[in-house]
Ligand binder design. Structure first.
Ligand code: LRH
Ligand code: MN
Length: 424
């Protein structure tokens, strides 16, 4: 559903008094903040096409109804998110879950919703009905040339879909690995995977990038052939200048220092992008910032420091994407909360007094270093992020407006209770 502009204006006018008080106080308190607002307006986060329905686990799936029935419905839902927060102006498609049957029609619909196509995602971790060779024992790593060929061809097909939509990058996440010691020759698996990725790399259009997404475990539980940042960096370095690593926050072993990994990948010029989410234990794919908001801030703190050190454009030079799954929340509310948490972490990281931090680091004033960082993290930047939404023509309080307009009920009326979205 498309929101009529007057609905957003009406919502904002009701909240404007309170907002103006908050933002003027904030800007008085944080004089450097006014030139942060445009950066927030420009910062767009891609919404995963596979996370607009209810997720589930092997133990069960509890749909909330009104789920998108096809890619058109999914684009309408992302368009709605973008109208509400002004920061969701891109979609990341997963193939074959979301094959654009009529690319031109899909491209025009996305354009009419002010949506761009971010990274395309291939899928060689599931067997499709008409598939000749199974991926049970892997895809690009597989000992059987036929299976590798099939997986390479699939990735090249995904690139073609992306070209037709105006996407400029391909994310390759491989479930490949092993479940038991002795099952796999690690060196040969790495070499076959690299050779297969080289063929996919060779098929990339000149202005495209390939993101190699790593993951510690699941669905394989003994080894994963792209298992951590080091292995992903090895592949990306051996592949060439169009290859980068992709950091999914949920793909690390417990207590990994993700902000340090990010800092080093950025230093090497091999950080391609992110799949934002949060987790307590494994790849839980929970709402970004819902469990470890300080870690999300520390990651953005390294991103801003490292991107500025390389003169990178914050909004365009990395892939900002969400990868989440919604087992108990309304998918659209969950995504609104993830975008809000990411925007807040970015805003706080822009408030860090880097000159003072550098000076304190030089003299090992450890306590002051922490004070400088935590001052930024403890700053309530919600008025600043809301002001950026206002200037983008979006809603001051997206979730409140989502509920006031009873969007989920309208989607259920339009689509029914039983529709099931493709995806996880
Ligand atoms: C793997 C992953 C990958 C996607 C999938 C939906 O865990 O993070 O990015 O392909 O989720
Ligand atoms: Mn991911």
């Amino acid at each position: 559903m498309r929101l009529e502009k007057y609905r957003i204006d009406q919502h904002n006018s009701e909240l404007d008094d309170k907002h103006q008080k908050r933002i003027s106080f904030f800007l008085e308190e944080n004089t450097s903040a006014k030139n942060i607002i445009q950066k927030l307006v420009d910062f767009q986060i891609a919404i995963p096409s596979w996370a607009l329905g209810t997720g589930g686990t092997r133990f069960g799936r509890f749909s909330g109804g009104g789920e998108p029935r096809n890619l058109e419905d999914k684009l309408m839902d992302i368009g709605l998110l973008h109208q509400l927060n002004g920061s969701s102006g891109a979609v990341s498609l997963h193939i074959p879950w979301d094959i654009p049957s009529d690319a031109e029609k899909i491209k025009n619909l996305a354009g009419s919703l002010n949506l761009k196509f971010d990274a395309m995602n291939s899928n060689t971790f599931q067997d499709q009905a008409a598939q000749e060779f199974s991926y049970k024992f892997g895809s690009l790593q597989h000992v059987d040339e036929n299976v590798r060929r099939q997986a390479i061809e699939h990735n090249i097909e995904v690139i073609k879909h992306g070209e037709a939509l105006g996407s400029k990058s391909l994310t390759v996440w491989l479930a490949d690995g092993s479940c038991f010691p002795g099952q796999l020759n690690f060196r040969e698996a790495f070499q076959r995977t690299l050779d297969s990725l080289r063929e996919i790399y060779a098929a990339l259009p000149t202005d495209w990038k390939i993101f190699v997404e790593y993951k510690a475990y699941e669905p394989n539980f003994y080894s994963t052939t792209v298992g951590d940042w080091g292995q992903s960096l090895l592949y990306a370095t051996k592949l060439g200048e169009k290859a980068f690593t992709l950091v999914d926050l949920g793909h690390h072993l417990p207590n990994a220092n993700i902000e340090q990994i990010v800092s080093l990948l950025l230093m090497e010029g091999k950080l391609g992008g992110f799949h934002f989410n949060d987790s307590k234990y494994g790849d839980d794919d929970l709402t970004a910032g819902s469990l470890k908001p300080y870690q999300l801030f520390l990651i953005f703190n390294e991103l801003v420091e490292g991107m500025d050190a390389r003169g990178m454009n914050h909004a365009t030079d990395l892939g900002w994407m969400i990868d989440a799954s919604h087992n108990v929340k309304d998918p659209l509310e969950d995504l609104l909360q993830s975008v809000e948490a990411i925007m807040m972490a970015y805003a706080q990281s822009l408030l860090v007094d880097r000159t003072a931090l550098k000076a304190a680091q030089q003299v090992h004033d450890v306590a002051l270093c922490q004070e400088i960082l935590q001052h930024a993290h403890r700053t309530d930047v919600r008025p600043l992020v809301a002001e950026a939404r206002l200037r983008a023509g979006a809603a001051l309080d997206p979730i409140a407006l989502f509920r006031t307009l009873d969007v989920r009920k309208k989607l259920i009326d339009e689509r029914g209770l039983k529709t099931v979205a493709t995806g996880l």
